[in-house]
Design a protein around this ligand. Structure first.
Ligand code: SIN
Length: 483
């Protein structure tokens, strides 16, 4: 069987200022495989001293990187993109080992991650300025777009590669440099993609990956005068702290935070399509995505039929180690995630919900949890207001459009929502009233590189992917010329 030691891209040092380095203290963070509980490697346990070095290095690299032509940067990014695809299987293997998702999903994520590099390599050549008609015959008004400067990124464990390239590719394409702090659960994908950036010719200091103590590194990121932007994907509680910390330097921020996605299935929906959509939106990455369906609202006329068919489909999902090709649902990331799922199920059942499948730890042990369907869920239950981040599907009955729209919006979150109906007028009436950054209409596969990903309310702000994602890394400068 293949092991990580066969993999060229398996790096266990941090990447700062073009060098592969250890922590000053020599301390290390152990990384385990959530499917087996076994140690798979370790990375340097760095802190503020190393973070300061990384920010300084990134700042030193900035002037020459931003002075390059967009085409020259695009050439390097294109080579990074190609190397990522050439090494897709190796990176996918690393991802499954450290994160747990099934190999096919991991491979899908590598391609998804690469698509951001390719898209922004091209789009970086189209950062246009403006000339504004003058209000004074002796003056000319010119608008230019400039790179923001050094960017700091804090990235999550659920998409350990794509959430890096979705930030780093537009930053680099715009002429910024970046220091990335990956989640301690999944540092190896980040180090692998940095290795490929180095091979692609990204100059020293332009991209850095620092591993270790999140609080110490995060506080350098949020308070350092040279860091001009912090971009974060993670939970809403951590997002609130980072936002407070960034206020000391009035730093630009992009926050992609938690979600509580409603998936609404109207009585006129194509049921088979809705079931497929719900399966994907709920069980992708074992339910550990910010855009996972957290609440499934089903019209009372089709509730029983949907519940029966959906439950049959859920029962057939194969759970196991993601390295097994048949597996569709891998382990949860850690014990805390399992305990959360258990507590939410217990609370729901104590308030009148019933389990129709799953509901407990899987017999495989470790991080595995049974794909679960709960029926007769209502808004008194914690599962309706909290982000589940696990393979648990709560089904809620509704009667009218007005009622379901109110319930769907009754949350602090506003990332993604989904609706299923064959009525075109209803599609727009409902979608326009949903307070969400993204709405999938008869589709739950909404993410890709050409569209803007992001939320409203306490799901954060800023957009990633698409031309809007590039705008996040430039600043608008106004030049006034007196003739
Ligand atoms: C996320 O869960 O934050 C990312 C999901 C996606 O990009 O589709």
């Amino acid at each position: 069987m293949q092991t990580l030691n066969d993999i060229n891209l398996f790096q266990q040092s941090a990447f700062i200022n073009g060098e592969w380095v250890e922590a000053q203290s020599k301390a290390r963070v152990i990384v385990t495989n959530p499917a087996t509980g076994e140690e798979i490697g370790s990375v340097p346990d760095m802190g503020s001293a190393e973070a300061l070095k990384a920010v300084d290095g990134s700042h030193d690299a900035l002037q020459s990187w931003k002075a390059m032509t967009a085409q020259a940067r695009a050439d390097i990014l294109t080579s990074w993109y190609k190397l990522t695809l050439d090494n897709a299987e190796e990176i996918a293997f690393i991802m499954t080992m450290e994160q747990g998702k099934p190999l096919a999903e991991a491979l899908g994520e590598v391609k998804y991650a690469a698509s951001f590099i390719q898209w922004f390599a091209e789009e970086g050549k189209r950062i246009y300025g403006d000339v504004i008609p003058s209000t004074n015959k002796d003056q000319r008004f010119i608008i230019t777009k400039e790179p923001l400067g050094v960017v700091a990124a804090i990235t999550p464990w659920n998409f350990p590669l794509a959430m890096i390239t979705r930030k780093a590719a537009p930053a680099l394409a715009a002429g910024c440099t970046i220091v990335i702090k990956p989640a301690n659960e999944t540092p190896f994908c980040a180090l692998a993609i940095a290795k490929l950036a180095e091979q692609a010719g990204v100059p020293a200091g332009v991209i850095n990956v620092i591993t270790g103590n999140s609080e110490a590194i995060g506080s350098v990121f949020t308070t350092h005068e040279k860091v001009k932007k912090l971009t974060f994907t993670g939970s809403t509680p951590i997002g609130r702290i980072l936002m407070q910390q960034c206020s000391s330097t009035v730093k630009k921020l992009a926050l992609e935070l938690g979600g509580n996605a409603p998936l609404i299935i109207f009585e006129d929906a194509d049921l088979d399509k809705a079931i497929q959509g719900a399966l994907f939106a709920k069980f992708r990455n074992a339910g550990q995505t910010c855009v996972c369906a957290n609440r499934i609202y089903v019209h009372k006329k089709i509730y029983s039929e949907f519940a029966a068919k959906f439950t049959e489909a859920v029962k057939s999902l194969k759970v196991g180690n993601g390295l097994d090709n048949q597996v569709q649902v891998g382990p949860l990331i850690n014990e805390k995630a399992i305990i959360k799922a258990e507590k939410l199920i217990e609370d729901a059942c104590s308030k009148g919900a019933s389990l129709v499948c799953g509901g407990k730890r899987h017999e495989l042990g470790n991080g595995f949890f049974e794909p679960t369907v709960l029926i007769d869920v209502d808004k008194s239950m914690d599962i309706v207001s909290e982000e589940i981040f696990g393979p648990v599907a709560p089904l809620i009955r509704f009667e009218s459009d007005k009622e379901v729209i109110e319930q769907a919006n009754d949350t602090i979150y506003g990332l993604a929502a989904y609706i299923y109906t064959e009525n075109i007028s209803r599609i727009f009436e409902v979608a326009e009233q949903l307070e969400y950054g993204m709405v999938g209409m008869n589709s739950t596969a909404i993410s890709n590189e050409v569209v803007p990903f992001g939320g409203v309310k306490q799901s954060g702000f800023g957009r990633e992917g698409s031309k809007y994602g590039l705008e996040e890394f430039v600043t608008t400068k106004y030049l006034c010329l007196e003739l």
